[in-house]
Design a protein around this ligand. Sequence first.
Ligand code: DP6
Length: 320
Amino acid sequence: MTSATAIAHPNIALIKYWGKADETLSLPATGSLSMTLDVFPTRTTVTVDDTARDTLQLNGRAATEGELARVTKFLDLVRELAGDTRPAAVVSENTVPTGAGLASSASGFAALATAAAATYGLDLDTRDLSRLARRGSGSASRSIPGGVAIWHAGDDAASFSETVAAPPLAMVIATVDAGEKPISSREAMRRTIATSPFFPAWIPSTAASLELMVAACAAGDVTRIGELTESNALRMHAVIQGSEPPIRYLTAASTRVFDAVAGMRAHGLEAYATADAGPNVVVLTRPEDAAAVAATLTAEAGIAEPVIALPGPGAYLVDG
Ligand code: DP6
């Protein structure tokens, strides 16, 4: 029996990935940049035993056929690279609220890639592991390195993630709705590309924002990092809302959080809002201001239990 266990954390993009240039290789239309969080870890064990077929257990329950099919497709890739055809038993404990737009697929596939590579005997460095994780879910690539990570656009060899230098940052997660999102990001990306008249503008706009963001990170300019973060998130939602039929992830409760964040800035508290493919809002701020931001979110936007996150580690192997 061969087995390996890995832990990975979710990441929240400051410059978003929205749209693929190549679906098969999971190559993004543009580069993106995120902060890996130190909360909501996923722990995944991959065991090659004498099971007849792949099995998947998620948070103590048997996975659906759809969930299993996505994992088998990913394991097939690992098996092809390893020259090994044996099925695996996968057990994953995911503490991210599933489907709530907090990128559970990022920590999930980062942990799976790390554990599966070790189990099947692939010796991959961070760059190649991030390329592998990308094939499971694009944003998973950015959960392989720790801290603030850039995921490069490019061909299969060039589209990897790596840590970039950045000033101290914190995020405050405002969960407004922990339920399933109405449409998966994968499906919504397809519809955006096929139907949103704004998509052609999104690509150069995001590429330009990414360059400015990398420069702001290098300069340690938290204000500029925050401004670019909020602007890029709103642009992503504008592009998505331009799809036909329209897709709208932000709700009235999300908007209340954006308003509360603007109110904080008006009172001199540096805070900037972002949101992924769901209604929840994540607020970027300085670590020393995170508690004040969380308290204001509760007081002004009715957020019951805001979660404060600092930059988290990259994916790593642990003893089973
Ligand atoms: C809105 O990585 O979940 O969170 O590659 O199809 O698995 P697939 O998509 P996924 O999309 C994440 C989209 C996003 C923005 C981001 O994380 O950059």
